[in-house]
Design a binder for this molecule. Structure first.
Ligand SMILES: Cc1cc2nc3c(=O)[nH]c(=O)nc-3n(C[C@H](O)[C@H](O)[C@H](O)COP(=O)(O)OP(=O)(O)OC[C@H]3O[C@@H](n4cnc5c(N)ncnc54)[C@H](O)[C@@H]3O)c2cc1C
Length: 282
């Protein structure tokens, strides 16, 4: 892809109209940090989204409603009861990239190293796309395959709703990198609800080490009713539930090494989420 021109609309309908008219020759552009990862190819006109009033975070009793154009730095600095994304954003790339990358850009086209799809799968929530009609997807529906395939020309991601953590629920996001700004070899997120030291509910997801981020339903089921601080039992359950998955070889490491790394990373995320739940309870 080669950007040869750009348009800066002031309103959402104008941006959609420009993209509809351009068809395959147009591309939505938020922070533009991902464009360097696109293979060389056809010429495109970028339709910039940064004047569309798509940035900001609003709290409702059911969800944090985040505009798709919200920079990652804003998500990092935001504070509210039940908000859990600070620790995810702190682990993404560098300050410079977080200042201009947006939440929408991170999840409209999912790259293998992307952190937010993994975190959102664990946290639960909804994704809103404005097309001819507005459409809402649960995170499970949205991240079933590459979400870029859900968009037709003129469609724009407008907001993301993230479920807040309940008081007895904790969250953790863990990733493994060779160096602090390297791409992840294995990423895991977990949300765990605790009652009397026992996990009553869990959502867990992994990414980077497999072809596409996914929830690990088998560990969620295995964990219910167990004590997540029992690390040997947790390690055993995680290893068993990851067995059917195909892992990618990364950074010169074998697939088998990455499988072990993913198991440790997922167990760490679950244990840290359970500890976070205990901390929030006390
Ligand atoms: C060196 C480097 C390292 C990085 N490391 C990480 C990392 O470890 N973890 C991580 O999570 N991220 C990382 N990132 C960021 C990530 O790879 C993307 O570059 C970034 O999230 C894209 O955000 P953006 O706002 O710049 O989107 P853009 O680059 O503007 O757009 C990305 C894609 O989304 C589409 N798009 C954007 N907004 C919308 C919208 N509202 N509606 C529909 N389509 C839209 C665009 O058309 C494009 O296809 C890294 C980036 C760089 C440059």
């Amino acid at each position: 892809m080669k950007i040869v021109d750009f348009i800066i609309p002031e309103k959402l309908p104008d941006a959609r109209a420009a993209l509809l008219e351009l068809g395959e020759k147009g591309i939505p552009a938020a922070g533009c940090t991902a464009f360097q990862f696109y293979a060389d190819g056809p010429e495109r006109t970028a339709v910039l989204l940064n004047r569309l009033d798509l940035a900001g975070i609003r709290s409702t009793p059911e969800a944090f409603v985040i505009g798709a154009g919200t920079p990652l730095t804003t998500l990092h600095r935001f504070e509210a009861e039940g908000w859990a994304l600070n620790g995810v954003i702190a682990q993404i790339a560098s300050h410079q990239i977080r200042n201009i990358s947006t939440l929408g850009g991170n999840i409209a086209r999912v790259f293998p190293w992307a952190d937010l799809p993994v975190a959102l799968l664990a946290l639960d929530g909804k994704i809103l796309i404005q097309g001819r009609e507005p459409r809402t997807y649960t995170v499970d529906q949205y991240f079933k395959t590459q979400p870029a395939t859900l968009f037709t020309p003129g469609d724009l991601l407008t907001s993301i709703e993230v479920t807040p953590l309940a008081p007895n629920t904790g969250f953790a996001h863990v990733k493994q990198r060779m160096k602090s700004e390297s791409f992840s070899m294995a990423t895991a997120s977990a949300r765990v609800t605790i009652k009397d030291g026992i996990a009553t509910d869990c959502r867990a997801a992994i990414g980077a080490c497999i072809p596409f981020p996914t929830r690990i339903n088998a560990i969620e089921e295995a964990l219910a009713g167990s004590d997540p601080s029992d690390r040997p039992a947790l390690d055993q359950a995680v290893t068993a539930t990851l067995k059917p998955l195909s892992f990618l070889s990364k950074e010169g490491m074998s697939k088998d090494y990455i499988r072990h790394l993913a198991a440790t990373t997922l167990a760490d995320a679950i244990q840290q989420a359970a500890q976070d739940a205990q901390r929030r309870l006390s």
